[in-house]
Write a protein that binds this ligand. Structure first.
Ligand code: NAG
Ligand code: NAG
Ligand code: NAG
Ligand code: NAG
Ligand code: NAG
Ligand code: NAG
Ligand code: NAG
Ligand code: NAG
Ligand code: NAG
Length: 892
């Protein structure tokens, strides 16, 4: 019993430990409302993204190590004192686009590592004294689009590292409020546009700002710009676009050297007179390299009169701007430019004339030897007479051999958004330096062989959104492009009726191609991907083939692209894929398969995807995730399974547990996974379903059954040792019970066949035959059942016994020492005694042939009881009981 006690105690202890193990909190890569990007073991770039989740408070389960925390675009209205407690590694915090009107005193304290704070698009009205206390490392502060009207004089004081402040679109109106900011020792950029300032005067700033490089004052109703002291000696960028009051702005810069470092000036839409603009430009002209004059049409009335004559204007205005390198006159309604507009600008390199109404390429753009970028996009040019760089979004119908000669240095050619309908042989032949050709959004429906001949340095060719069909995708068209790395033929009319081999394969010459995009074919969509479509693309890294209506991919599709790294075949109609498909692409890293009608992820098992870190299978019909699937993706760090119809049962229990505890793979949007089945759980969140019992069960069952088994064995061995005979007897009793039930069903209908069944041992047979039989059968006329005479041959002996006993009114047991030793006899006595028990009928008559001590009866526990309780007959010592049987019978 000592042993048993210790065993039970041990088992109990095990159970306790098991329970404790269950209660151990999962600490994995999992946040209910947010997404983690980056690496758990490398906190320096761990990002927690909670943007656009309808949050009303800052989530509580943010890992301490986070360095970038984004809660932009939620519905948070208040920041509590403890919301960011302990996030000592936090460097960037984005709370933009919320409803924040209050930050508790001290809520940002202790964020010593803090560098960047986003509070744009909120409802702040004042910046109080202690708001930024302790943020000594903050360098970038976004406060634009709030309702800030007052700034406490000491609120910015702690921000000794601040470099950039954006206060655009607030309701500040006194420059003095901003003064403490300008005075910060490291401030470089100050954006205070779109406020309500009416004047900018140097005496309001008082002290010299030693670092300020950029001042954005645009879109303020600025009536006065007055600088009477050298307070902004290092200012390089000044933006006063759309300033002025009632079509007027006073420009008063006492000394032209006060702004002598300004090299970029934005005067777009400024409400200033023509003469004054001349003065402005004179103040800065020696250093100016970049001038923006957009939108003058909508600006002052003075310029509106002049605008047709802007060529002359620019001559007068800009003649002295010798150092100008970039001129932006886009969006001014320009229809023409005088020939010598930019002649004086000896260093001009960029000229932006887009979004105007030029109908031909202005002569003013000729003979500018330093010009590198000319932007003529969004005009109405329909004829090409000259060399052009950016001609996007015009109305060019044909190229008319425009590029046959010259332009040897051209690197980028943008002809997107025109009306080109074909590309002829050698069209770009002479543009040997060309690296990028943008031809998207045209009407190209045919390409001649050798269309891109000569473009030996071309790396990018964009042909998307045209009318290209599969017949244009030929290896004779796509030839002579040895360095081509990116080809985009998306949104065209390519379609294949089956996946038969193409001869020759279309891309066989593009051996350097790394990125191929063919998604979203219009018309009938691609439908089939020929087996050897990718043949020859031995450098291919990225293949984007989404939205193509493909139903099946041949297992050999990727055998030609062993370096494939990125594969997007989402939005197709696969329903199932084969693991073999991925065998040739052992380097695959990112796999996009959303909205592909997949019903299971089992194809990933054995697909050899050991390097896949990113898997997107959202919007499919996946109901259950098999554990083996995720075991076959050992490198996975990002899993997107949103919008699948999960079956919320025990089959998902391990998945839930895995999501919550795994610290390598993060499952995006897990908090939003929704059950589709069973019906009563429909639309419940998977994580809210109580599945714990499933996982507990298995272990617990094992545990309980093991315990029971051990205890049973224990009890059984104890019982066997101490109560051996009772056990054996019990066993037989049990058997008898079984037979009894069986027989009763069989025998009840017909009544008794015999008057008595005689149970005896073969050794006592002579007595039975000589003494008992003649007496009972002969004298009394009883019908007896004797086994040697009445048992049916072939019938199982136990059945015979049962039939004999149940078929007789009485059972007479002839008991001797031998009888008790015989197996069958003891069975007979058991069955009979069971019947006694069972039918509450006294059917048993014991006849003792010899004296048997009670202790010998003890194993037959029940018989001893019988002997004690009932009368029985002895035969040996005659006397009064000389004819015991008869009297016994009569007594019955
Ligand atoms: C995470 O970072 C650690 C240390 O920088 C690096 O050893 C490990 O490979 C990274 N894990 C992943 C999945 O990028
Ligand atoms: C991730 O979990 C494994 C065991 O599951 C553990 O060995 C490892 O240290 C954990 N890594 C991190 C960064 O917590
Ligand atoms: C997740 O968001 C819900 C709804 O906004 C919120 O009730 C819950 O407390 C959030 N969970 C955590 C851990 O912040
Ligand atoms: C934001 O919260 C307010 C109440 O605090 C509520 O009235 C409003 O509908 C919420 N907006 C969104 C987009 O959830
Ligand atoms: C903050 O979030 C807004 C909105 O998503 C985004 O535009 C902005 O770039 C973010 N800023 C930073 C610093 O991440
Ligand atoms: C904010 O905290 C500072 C100390 O950090 C304290 O001096 C000041 O009174 C507090 N302001 C409010 C409004 O609680
Ligand atoms: C400042 O805020 C304005 C308005 O939101 C935005 O347009 C501008 O890009 C911001 N500038 C910087 C440098 O963040
Ligand atoms: C191609 O580019 C390289 C380097 O950019 C240049 O050296 C070479 O001359 C170019 N080839 C032609 C034909 O322009
Ligand atoms: C998971 O997949 C393996 C291999 O295909 C299979 O043997 C096993 O039965 C699956 N398990 C479940 C729960 O479907």
């Amino acid at each position: 019993t000592d042993l048993a006690f210790w065993m039970i105690a041990g088992l109990f202890l095990c159970f306790l430990m098991y329970c404790w193990g269950l209660a151990d909190p999962a600490c994995g890569y999992f946040l209910k409302n947010c997404t983690i990007r980056g690496n758990l073991s490398d906190p320096s770039n761990m990002k927690v993204l909670c943007e656009k989740r309808n949050l009303e408070v800052i989530p509580k389960d943010i890992p301490r190590k986070v360095s970038v925390f984004d809660v932009a675009m939620n519905n948070i209205s208040k920041i509590g004192k403890l919301d960011f407690k302990g996030l000592s590694n936090l460097k960037i915090l984005n709370m933009s686009r919320n409803q924040i009107s209050q930050l508790d005193n001290g809520s940002l304290r202790h964020l010593e590592a803090f560098q960047e704070l986003g509070l744009a698009h909120n409802r702040l009205t004042t910046l109080s004294d202690h708001l930024f206390q302790g943020l000594v490392n903050l360098s970038l502060l976004h406060l634009d689009n709030n309702f800030i009207a007052t700034i406490s004089s000491s609120s910015f004081q702690p921000l000794s590292s601040l470099k950039t402040v954006n206060l655009t679109k607030n309701i500040l109106y006194i420059m003095k409020e901003v003064q403490p900011i300008i005075q910060l020792p490291h401030l470089q950029e100050l954006y205070i546009g779109s406020n309500r300032f009416t004047s900018f005067q140097s005496q309001e700033i008082s002290n010299t700002s030693i670092e300020l490089r950029l001042l954005d004052l645009s879109r303020n109703p600025l009536g006065i710009f007055r600088i009477t002291a050298d307070v902004l000696p290092y200012l390089e960028v000044l933006d006063i676009a759309y300033c002025g009051q009632l079509g007027h702005m006073e420009w008063d810069v006492l000394n032209r050297y006060f702004l002598s470092n300004v090299n970029r000036l934005n005067l777009s839409g400024i409400e200033i007179s023509f003469e004054r603009m001349g003065m402005v430009l004179q103040t800065v002209n020696s250093s100016l390299v970049h001038l923006r004059l957009n939108d003058l049409v909508n600006g002052s009335s003075v310029l509106r009169l002049e605008y047709n004559n802007i060529g002359n204007l620019s001559e007068e205005f800009l003649q002295s701007c010798k150092h100008m390198t970039e001129v932006d006159i886009s969006n001014t309604g320009l229809t023409q430019l005088s020939e010598f507009s930019f002649r004086s600008m000896e260093q001009i390199s960029a000229l932006k004339l887009g979004h105007n109404r030029l109908s031909h390429v202005p002569k003013a753009t000729r003979n500018l030897p330093t010009l590198k970028i000319l932007d003529l996009s969004f005009n109405i040019i329909n004829k090409l007479e000259l060399w052009i760089l950016k001609l996007g979004s015009n109305k060019i119908l044909t190229l008319n051999e425009a590029f046959m000669n010259g332009l040897h240095k051209l690197e980028t050619l943008n002809l997107a958004g025109n009306k080109l309908s074909s590309i002829r042989k050698g069209e770009f032949k002479s543009l040997t330096s060309l690296k990028n050709v943008l031809l998207f959004d045209n009407q190209i429906a045919s390409m001649e062989d050798g269309a891109f001949e000569g473009l030996v340095n071309l790396t990018e060719l964009q042909l998307d959104s045209n009318k290209i069909t599969q017949t244009d995708i030929r290896n004779t068209v796509l030839t002579g492009l040895p360095l081509l790395r990116t080809l985009d033929i998306s949104c065209n009319y390519i379609t294949y009726v089956n996946d038969d081999k193409l001869d020759p394969p279309p891309f066989s010459h593009l051996t350097s191609l790394e990125n191929l995009r063919i998604f979203s074919q219009r018309h009938k969509r691609l439908s089939h991907l020929p087996i050897n479509f990718l043949e020859g693309l031995k450098s291919l890294l990225s293949f984007q083939a989404g939205s193509l209506n493909i139903k099946d991919l041949h297992p050999n599709t990727f055998i030609h692209t062993p370096r494939l790294w990125f594969l997007d075949i989402s939005k197709n109609e696969f329903t199932a894929l084969t693991p073999k498909l991925f065998h040739p692409t052992p380097r695959l890293n990112s796999l996009y398969l959303s909205k592909a009608r997949l019903q299971s992820l089992d194809f990933l098992i054995g697909a050899n995807l050991s390097r896949v870190t990113f898997l997107q299978v959202s919007k499919n019909d996946i109901t259950v995730v098999n554990e083996t699937v995720l075991q076959s993706l050992p490198a996975l760090t990002y899993l997107d399974m949103q919008d699948n119809p999960f079956t919320c049962g025990c089959s998902d229990a391990w998945f839930v547990q895995w999501m919550e505890s795994d610290n390598q793979t993060q499952v995006v949007g897990a908090g939003e996974f929704t059950c589709n089945y069973p019906a009563d759980l429909k639309d419940t969140k998977l994580l809210d379903v109580e599945l714990q019992f499933c996982t507990v069960d298995l272990g617990l069952y094992c545990y309980i059954s093991t315990t029971c088994l051990v205890l049973l064995t224990l009890v059984a061995s104890f019982a066997y040792h101490f109560l051996k005979w009772q056990v054996i007897y019990g066993y037989y009793l049990f058997l008898a019970f079984l037979y009894d039930t069986k027989q009763r069903n069989k025998l009840t209908p017909h009544g008794c066949q015999y008057d008595a069944f005689i149970s005896y041992n073969a050794h006592d047979e002579p007595w039975v035959l000589r003494e008992l039989l003649p007496e009972l059968e002969g004298e009394q006329g009883w019908k007896l059942c004797l086994h040697h005479r009445d048992f049916q041959p072939g019938k199982p002996i136990i059945d015979n016994i049962m039939d004999g006993i149940y078929g007789s009114r009485k059972t007479i047991c002839v008991i001797s020492h031998r009888y008790l030793e015989s197996e069958w006899c003891s069975r007979e006595i058991q069955v009979a005694s069971f019947r006694l028990f069972d039918e509450q009928k006294d059917v048993l008559i014991l006849v003792f042939l010899e004296e048997i001590p009670t202790h010998q009866l003890s194993p037959y526990h029940r018989m001893r009881k019988l002997v004690k309780r009932r009368t029985y007959l002895k035969t040996k010592d005659g006397s009064a009981e000389e004819n015991p049987i008869l009297s016994g019978v009569q007594a019955l």
